[in-house]
Design a protein. Structure first.
Length: 217
């Protein structure tokens, strides 16, 4: 991480094809990072539909629900691609696809840490931690209903984790270890019994590290 004004090599100018490539990269990255923590929800949906099929009722495969879930993250991926474009246009991103500014990196950590304690984060996290309640209370029939259910749960997931995903700009968009660490944290806060406390404790550490980065710039 460089201090502001001490940037390394800058990325090449964007083209339409480059924008499309970055959007696809973000979509693939979000699918890989978020689907593991969504597995219990997808399995719950599949179980309910399997029982419906056993009763000779209309059956909807789980991939329809999953597609809706991924559509929500595709919308986030579009916003993230636009943010990346803006950061590169402001000369705040290196050719390695991470920010070279300790101030910007610290601000991202501080924002992510503060958001971990926000009422919106905690409300979205509660919904993400209750897959059975969501499937039962938000059930909709048919393919369109499955897509809407998936998109609705995906929206909760985006609300839970979108700010956290901005830390990819700090660790590097091509840093697989960093992506795995963030995915593991998301998995822990969503699925472990002490997930809500993990979210808060992680947020406090993120905020403290963000302040440290900004103070050392």
């Amino acid at each position: 991480m460089h201090a502001a004004g001490a940037m390394g090599p800058m990325p090449a100018p964007w083209t339409a094809s480059h924008f499309a490539l970055m959007f696809v990269m973000w979509c693939a990255m979000m699918a890989g990072m978020m689907l593991p923590s969504a597995t219990p929800l997808i399995l719950t949906f599949a179980t309910v539909n399997r029982r419906k099929r056993e009763r000779a009722e209309p059956y909807i495969p789980a991939f329809a629900f999953t597609a809706g879930y991924l559509l929500a993250w595709a919308a986030f991926s579009l916003a993230a691609t636009l943010a990346q474009w803006g950061l590169e246009g402001a000369a705040l991103m290196l050719a390695s696809m991470k920010t070279g500014s300790a101030v910007v990196g610290g601000a991202f950590f501080l924002a992510a840490g503060a958001y971990q304690w926000s009422p919106l984060k905690l409300a979205c996290l509660h919904n993400c931690r209750s897959p059975f309640d969501f499937v039962i209370n938000q059930w909709r029939d048919g393919w369109t209903g499955a897509l809407r259910m998936g998109a609705g749960q995906g929206a909760y997931c985006v609300g839970c984790c979108a700010v956290l995903m901005l830390l990819m700009f700090v660790g590097g968009l091509m840093n697989l270890l960093w992506a795995a660490a963030l995915a593991a944290f998301v998995f822990a806060e969503k699925l472990l019994p002490a997930g809500a406390w993990i979210a808060r404790a992680g947020g406090a550490l993120m905020a403290a590290f963000g302040i440290h980065l900004m103070a050392s710039a």
